[in-house]
Design a protein around this ligand. Structure first.
Ligand code: ZN
Length: 306
């Protein structure tokens, strides 16, 4: 996608991402949204985040007497998901006369995968060729929901959505605009599933930002509502590669990409010991504690039938 710089109107900023949309009628792993997500706009850190969509249930009645212990959402600390954006008929941004975004994201994903594998990580890629090999063999392009489905299935410690832009320099990191929720429900809303993970995504962003800064890579950070990031149930970021210099084709330089990949891989080594899965919030009514005699509990407290 294009660089999400503050002086670029929001609609232009998301144009590259909108181009990701796959043809209709494709099989999807998760129910597809009927309403297009508002593709929005990057916001600064000082602006209030949007209202939370996933809200924890309020303690009441019997459940408050003996609330179920929250169980963490499953998470594999040694698994990283890389999503090289675009591919197939979707070229992404035209970075120069000879470079298109889909090729940059795939090449960079290969570099990062090699470094992560060498450090003992299991790397799941949403595509490893110009056209996808999974989950829809023969398909022209992965849909955004396909990508989110692959990512969510991995229960990864980090999901990095790789984009590239000819605008700006260095690396641009974005986490979701969603308001952080305090826990994950068993069936989170598809379009806002990331809300439960936003706090971790911000911490992940800080980890990567520190490593890139130490490696003297120019950095822009912010948040943006970028599909399919808001549907991801893992710490998730957009990592957008920009050129090393005014020469936009410098984005393809091996040593430049290696320096960035090395910084990210190092940050993820630290991250695997820090990441915390959010508690799972039960959306079902809590079971009655058998130690409590229902006859002694006022019905008004829980509506429990004797
Ligand atoms: Zn892109």
């Amino acid at each position: 996608m294009n660089a999400l710089r503050s002086f670029i109107p929001a609609r232009l900023l998301t144009a590259g991402v909108l181009a990701l949309a796959a043809p209709a009628g494709r099989a999807q792993i998760q129910p597809a949204p009927k309403v297009p997500l508002s593709m929005a706009s990057r916001t600064s850190r000082t602006q209030p985040r949007r209202a939370s969509v996933v809200t924890p249930p309020q303690p009441s009645g019997i459940a408050a007497i003996n609330p179920p212990a929250p169980t963490p959402v499953s998470l594999n600390r040694r698994v990283i998901v890389l999503d090289p954006a675009h591919g197939g008929s979707d070229s992404g941004a035209q970075i120069s006369d000879t470079t298109v975004e889909k090729d940059v994201t795939l090449a960079f994903a290969f570099r990062l995968r090699a470094m992560l594998s060498a450090r003992g990580f299991t790397v799941v890629m949403t595509r490893d060729s110009d056209t996808p090999t999974a989950p829809s063999p023969g398909a022209a392009t992965l849909t955004l929901d396909d990508r989110a489905g692959v990512a969510n299935h991995a229960h990864a410690a980090a999901c990095l959505l790789l984009h590239a832009s000819g605008t700006g320099d260095g690396v641009h990191l974005y986490d979701s605009e969603l308001e952080a929720a305090s826990g994950a429900t068993s069936t989170p809303p598809w379009l806002t599933a990331q809300a439960a993970w936003v706090s971790e995504s911000v911490l992940l962003e800080n980890e990567l930002a520190s490593a890139l800064t130490r490696s003297e890579v120019p950095l822009v950070t912010g948040n943006a509502s970028v599909r399919p990031m808001d549907s991801l149930t893992c710490p998730a970021l957009v990592v957008e590669l920009a050129p090393a210099s005014r020469d936009v084709d410098s984005i393809n330089q091996t040593d430049y990409q290696q320096r960035i990949a090395l910084a990210i891989a190092g940050a993820l080594l630290v991250w695997e010991n820090k990441v915390q899965a959010p508690p799972r919030i039960s959306s079902a009514p809590a079971a009655i504690n058998p130690a409590i005699n229902p006859a002694t509990v006022p019905r008004s407290r829980a509506g429990v039938q004797p």
